[in-house]
Design a protein around this ligand. Structure first.
Ligand SMILES: [Zn+2]
Ligand SMILES: [Zn+2]
Length: 247
């Protein structure tokens, strides 16, 4: 099994458009969150963010057996019209899995889009991958689910936004955990009810008991730190776009 980070950035990405700060001028490029997991036989993509086009091209991704939506926030779901265009104009076979709430959101907000969507809670098999969903506390208005993927005894968990994790074993004991690291450094927006603050977030990450932890939702602009400075502040790995993990 191989996992590839499609995007390691926060909701704005890096660099931030129209920003001239030194972190945006010199920092790494970070697309909005996404993860590809594949075996020789099967490929799945988690999140359908606004950078999806670039992500698929840059990682030379052609056959995707299933796209999994986590929730309908723009930075995780804004690429839906892009997928719909591929479906209609490029004869790509697009199949999306997600919660009933995301399906309702498509019907409300993207009412013109007619796409193969499977309501998915619990566990499903995509070729030799087993994908299991679990609820994540994040947005009151746009409920979220995280995903655990297992194949041949290896496990990857994807939680790109996070306030808190309800008790379940589904997200525990991963070989690699890809998780929201937005407030793990010095900065925090006081009125943000959707993301865990530093100590809270650390406790949630530890609860997952992963072999390796990789942080997504990163922004040097927001943290006002270089990647080197971020590395000094945490023992977790700082995510990097298109980095691959072989399991
Ligand atoms: Zn900036
Ligand atoms: Zn979100």
């Amino acid at each position: 099994m191989k996992a590839t980070i499609l995007g390691s950035g926060d909701p704005l990405g890096m660099p931030v458009p129209m920003c001239k700060c030194k972190y945006c001028r010199k920092g790494p490029e970070r697309l909005r969150a996404g993860l590809k997991v594949e075996t020789e036989d099967s490929t799945v993509v988690f999140d359908i963010g606004p950078d999806l086009r670039q992500q698929l091209i840059s990682t030379d991704t052609s056959d995707v057996d299933a796209f999994f939506a986590t929730h309908a926030h723009f930075d995780h779901f804004g690429g839906l019209p892009e997928l719909s265009n591929l479906d209609v104009f490029a004869d790509a076979e697009i199949s999306i899995y997600g919660s009933e709430e995301v399906q309702n959101y498509i019907e409300d907000v993207y009412s013109w889009i007619d796409i193969d969507y499977t309501v998915f809670e619990g566990s499903t098999e995509i070729g030799d991958l087993t994908v299991e969903a679990f609820p994540v506390e994040h947005s009151e208005f746009l409920p979220m689910q995280g995903y655990a993927v297992e194949s041949w005894g290896k496990k990857v968990v994807y939680i790109p936004d996070l306030k808190s994790l309800p008790e379940t074993d589904v997200y525990r004991d991963a070989d690699v955990l890809f998780i929201d690291g937005m407030y793990l450094f010095e900065k925090h927006m006081e009125d943000d009810e959707d993301h865990a603050a530093k100590e809270e977030l650390k406790a949630e990450i530890e609860k997952c008991n992963a072999e390796k932890v990789v942080l997504l939702g990163m922004s040097e602009h927001f943290n006002e730190m270089t990647v080197e400075e971020e590395k000094e502040k945490t023992r977790y790995e700082i995510g990097k776009d298109f980095k691959e993990y072989s399991l």
